[in-house]
Design a protein around this ligand. Structure first.
Ligand code: BES
Ligand code: MN
Ligand code: ZN
Length: 505
């Protein structure tokens, strides 16, 4: 989709379609009001006849309104004006696209961007308009024989985003640029997540990372098994043992900042399929364990967005990629392995494999002397139980870092919720035979125990852990990767870049 920003009132627009909001209680938005006046009350009449009640997401397409130079007008229900907040704005924008993609309109001039969202400015509204629109148009049909659109259908190609005044044009343009970069990062993350596990293997992930590096002139390094052995990555290798697919450790370096500036490290769990290994998972929904590399995909997505925006930062992505399979060489419950850090781990459950591959990747990330490290992982089912699909679990050994991530999540509506990382939880990982076990005995506080394991490998730097088990994909009829938390991560980096380039206080 192509986007442009325009100021000007709706009744003067020559557009294929105008999208305007109407609230419940026959209350018109400013744009709808202006159209109503010039069309001799046509819109109020529609509401009075009961053809549109203003319910959130309800749409009605009207043709040839008198005295309007636009071909169509789409009335979009916005609910109660008083309740028009962030999620409503996003819902309404998506509903408009949903209605228009099945019409002949090839362009839309949206006045939904001119609606008041409490506490949010033009930049926010246009950013979300672009992100929501791109998400509504996303489709993963490359593996279907008859893919693509119905040839007779004229697809929506252009979106003109209306703003209130000329001074809004500049923030509007920035919003489009940032929105498109984030949407491109999300698309990459979704595509990789949605690809089946027989295609999206560790080697495939590495190829995609190398391709990304080629596109944007990044440095890429891909370590293979022999190099992992040299580095003593016993934890990562113990997970890979059960699979015929060889593991990869993927490293991408984006250098937009000063040469000697410490990089921000993003570490993403890349289990391309998680059977559980010898501690095998039940059959129901096991296909969804192809999404167990969504942390890795979000790292690639965030780096893509960062490179698109040319942010003045140094960012390094580290992705341990492997399958978790129950082969003849697979790790057994009871095995003790030595991680790259030198700490030993008793593997009591081979299904707690994410923390094993991450601990070595986190140790490896330390080699870059990072300013901070964020790992992103579909780590625990317990996190889904705790927070569902709305918030990612956030853990951090630094409060300032946690706050920055929480704020980035709020701004992008890709939210996280912080859980404790208290020392008290550490004894859950005690082992009689090694420095630690990879699971605790019981089912209590599973997400925190997972994070507590990682905390033992991240003492040397500022670190945050995002458990995205509930947010990275949707199940059921809408099954598919969400592209989260690319928006949160990218916003975090945008905010950091703004701070860096601002004159010091
Ligand atoms: N990839 C899973 C976590 C997961 C499970 C994410 C279900 C989303 C939905 C992870 O590797 C795993 O299996 N974790 C175990 C940990 C347990 C053995 C301590 C889990 O959550 O059951
Ligand atoms: Mn597992
Ligand atoms: Zn897993």
């Amino acid at each position: 989709m192509e986007y442009s920003v325009k100021s000007g009132t709706p009744e003067k627009q020559h557009s294929g379609c105008l999208a305007v909001g109407v609230y419940t209680g026959n209350k018109l938005s400013d744009a709808a009001q202006q159209l109503d006046e010039v069309t001799g009350g046509a819109i109020k009449q529609i509401l009075r006849r009961g053809d549109h009640g203003g319910k959130p997401g309800q749409t009605l397409l009207v043709h040839n309104l008198p005295h309007s130079p636009s071909e169509r007008v789409l009335l979009v229900g916005c609910g109660k004006e008083k309740e028009f907040h962030e999620p409503r704005y996003r819902e309404v924008t998506a509903a408009a696209i949903g209605a228009l993609k099945n019409t002949g309109a090839t362009e839309v001039t949206s006045y939904l961007t001119d609606l008041d969202v409490k506490g949010r400015d033009v930049l926010w509204k246009l950013r979300h308009a672009v992100e929501v629109t791109e998400a509504a148009l996303y489709r993963f049909d490359r593996l279907k024989k008859k893919n693509g659109e119905d040839e007779n259908r004229r697809a929506l190609k252009r979106m003109i985003l209306a703003v209130g005044s000329r001074s809004d044009l500049q923030p509007g343009e920035l919003a489009v640029k940032e929105g498109l970069a984030i949407a491109a990062g999300m698309r990459l993350a979704k595509d990789l997540g949605n690809l089946p596990p027989n295609i999206c293997t560790p080697a495939y992930l590495a190829e995609q990372a190398v391709e990304l590096a080629r596109q944007y002139g990044l440095k890429s390094t891909v370590l293979e098994e022999a190099q992992m052995r040299e580095l003593n990555m016993g934890a990562l290798l113990s997970v890979a043992r059960g699979s015929h697919q060889p593991p990869r450790l993927i490293v991408l370096e984006y250098r937009g900042g000063a040469e000697h500036e410490a990089p921000i490290a993003l570490v993403g769990k890349g289990v391309t399929f998680d059977t559980g290994g010898i501690s095998i998972k039940p059959a129901a929904n096991m296909d969804e364990m192809k999404f167990d590399m969504c942390g890795a995909a979000s790292v690639l997505g965030a780096i893509k967005a960062t490179a698109e925006l040319k942010l003045p930062l140094n960012v390094v992505g580290v992705i341990p990629a492997t399958e978790n399979m129950p082969g003849g060489q697979a790790s057994r419950p009871g095995d003790v392995i030595t991680s790259m850090s030198g700490q030993t781990v008793e593997i009591l459950n081979t299904d707690a494999e994410g923390r094993l591959i991450l601990c070595d990747a986190l140790t490896y990330a330390g080699r870059f002397n990072p300013a901070l490290v964020i790992d992103i992982a579909t780590l625990t089912g317990a996190c889904v139980v705790a927070l569902g699909g709305h918030a990612s679990g956030l853990f951090a050994n630094n409060d300032q870092l946690a706050r920055e991530l929480l704020n980035a999540g709020k701004y992008t509506w890709d939210r996280a919720w912080q859980l404790p990382l208290w020392e008290d939880y550490q004894k859950g990982l005690d082992s009689n035979f090694a420095d630690m076990a990879n699971v605790s005995g019981g089912r209590d506080a599973g997400a925190i125990i997972g994070a507590s394991f990682l905390a033992r490998y991240t003492k040397d730097y500022k670190w945050a852990h995002l458990d995205i088990a509930g947010t990275a994909w949707k199940t059921g009829k809408e099954k598919g990767a969400t592209g989260r938390p690319v928006p949160m991560l990218t916003q975090f980096l945008i905010d950091r870049a703004r701070k860096e380039s601002a004159p010091s206080e």
